[in-house]
Design a protein around this ligand. Sequence first.
Ligand code: GLY
Length: 358
Amino acid sequence: MPLKTLTIDLPGRAYDILIERGLLQQAGRLVREAVRGERIAVVTDYHVEALYGSILKDALEGAGFLVSITAILPGEESKTVSTLEKLYDAFMDFGLTRSDAVLALGGGVVGDLAGFAAATILRGVDFVQVPTTLLAQVDSSVGGKVAVDLKAGKNLAGAFYQPRLVLIDPGCLQTLSGRIFADGMAEVIKYGAILDKALLERLSAQEPASLLRDGLEQVIYRCCDLKRQVVEEDERDNRRRMLLNFGHTLGHAYEAAYQYRSYIHGEAVAAGMCKMADLQQKHGLLAKEESLSLRSLIARYGLPTRIPCSMEAYEAAIGLDKKGRGQEISLVLLRRLGEAYLQEMPRRQLFDWLREEE
Ligand code: GLY
């Protein structure tokens, strides 16, 4: 067994998250223990395929699987219904049956898309996540949220569909650009801000440049363990899981305000966390030191602490936020660093807060 193993204990759908450098080479044996079939349809993007496609294919074939690889164009633009249809066609051409499996090799886009394809093809086949970005390793590959984007917004057609196995090889992160690594660090900092002050202290004490060499496996393990606890308690995102959206309401507004071109998800979430902490502090709901300490950690990991945004853009995005219910919005606020809570608030009040800032 890999050094670091977590089990997500959902009734009838328990699965392991395995974390260790070099797991990609062992994927054949590990996937064999988790799925039933003979065929594995790997979904990846062109960039990840060039780096890890043949390592994974050799490993899976070595364990006796028949393997097909379908690569999509990298980027959020691929997370569409039309790419989904191409995947369905590729799976059928490959002869996938209900006892076979789909495996996602890549970042969040690949994982969400392949997961939704796995959930729906033939009314659902086994699914394995092999995340290759930090963001996917600490967040999107765990917990079963799968989706595609619609014209009306991101992730609007989706499902809760848990994988059979998540294989995390932190060695894959060596090839990430600094910007994509920082993208994932935003979600790591988010876990600390909402649930684990000790994680924030650890990140503050660490030299960011050394994290890839030193201690990253432990940090990934900690984030996955925090997510495990939240998902076990609230798989369907009705209450506690919503805490994972800290920084996301404003973050989604920043992404949309710049047509998803200027800021990637983690950058927008980082600025969203800073803004929310700042608004709370101005309204007496968070101590100034806490807000400043979060801001300085975010800056330290190379993430933006502020993204300019017009009131029109806030209103357009927050009016559409799918987590909002009617006139009220569920906001994730910080009681202090390491402890978050949900607060229902009239949208109007949030817009008033934001307007005061302009
Ligand atoms: N990424 C947030 C969640 O899985 O709920």
